[in-house]
Design a protein around this ligand. Structure first.
Ligand code: G3H
Ligand code: ZN
Length: 278
């Protein structure tokens, strides 16, 4: 039961105007920390592994199999999600590995190619009981390109959802990936318009750049899946740096990983509580 598809849990959260925390797994310790935090506050969580993380590890399998096992042992519902996959072979590998959600990211393609590829992914994933998230209107920042000005058009988004059958849609509403300051200006009016135009949960990418108040306002306006990565990496790295400064003779990596991951776990528990229904 703990390993669940995205569609149902995201719809459930959306129906009560609550957020669903989605955090990036880069090292296996991330998966363990995110699940412990979700169990602490009794909320579902999304563990997401990006195409970039698979490239970093040299393959999708090893980090995914560990993450799936952490999810299976969890005491709360957990979605294991492939994040920002542009490579269709990787999408199909994730389906075979047992992921319960896939993000096919065709946002760099033209509209027609994005629709065609996304609809193909939806057919394959749905026949295996797996949910699909897609992106329309590129949320920049992944390649160092800061593009918070890009916006998704609600009418085009509604047509995209109808043509592809996706279960969740990532939209551009003022965030940008990999921000290390939390001062992104969200277009709350556009989020509201998108919520009214679409019948699938909305996904906020680049949420590291959004303040606590901004995230709550975005959720109340209609965002559901809240993707956070850089903010947690920043906390982890600061803690590790501090530990190493204080303990220059340390050689056991568990010591400084432990300090970093404890702080990450506390922050994820805090964020999940922030995303709770009003
Ligand atoms: O898909 C992942 C997220 O959009 C994370 O973005 O690193 O800016 O929080 P972030
Ligand atoms: Zn993203």
């Amino acid at each position: 039961m703990p390993l669940v598809p995205l569609a149902h849990v995201a719809q459930e959260r959306a129906s009560v105007r609550a957020g669903l925390g989605a955090f990036n797994v880069i090292h296996l310790e991330n998966a363990e920390a995110f699940v412990r935090a979700a169990e602490r506050v009794g909320q579902p969580v999304v563990l997401q592994i990006s195409q970039n993380a698979a490239t970093y590890h040299g393959a999708l399998g090893p980090i995914s199999l560990g993450t799936l096992e952490v999810a299976r042992r969890a005491e709360v519902p957990v979605v294991v999600h492939l994040d920002h996959a542009e490579d269709l072979d990787l999408v199909y590998e994730a389906i075979d590995l047992g992921f319960t959600s896939i993000m096919y990211d065709g946002s760099a393609l033209n509209y027609d190619d994005n629709v065609r590829n996304t609809a193909d992914v939806v057919r394959r994933a749905h026949s295996a009981g797996i949910s699909v998230e897609a992106e329309l209107g590129k949320v920049g920042g992944k390649d160092g390109v800061h593009a918070p000005g890009v916006r998704t058009d609600p009418t085009e988004a509604a047509a995209f959802v109808a043509s592809t059958g996706v279960d969740a849609l990532a939209v551009a509403v003022g965030t940008s990936h990999a921000m290390t300051t939390r001062n992104a200006a969200l277009d709350l009016e556009l989020i509201g318009a998108m919520r009214r135009a679409l019948d699938v949960p909305l996904v906020l990418h680049g949420s590291s750049g959004v303040s606590d108040e901004g995230m709550v306002a975005a959720i109340r306006a209609g965002m559901t899946k809240i993707n956070v990565s850089t903010h947690l990496n920043k906390i982890f790295t600061a803690q590790v740096r501090e530990y190493l400064d204080e303990n220059p003779a340390v050689v056991d990596s568990r010591k400084y990983f432990g300090r970093g991951m404890n702080a990450v776990q506390d922050e994820v528990a805090r964020l999940l509580s922030l995303y709770a229904a009003p």
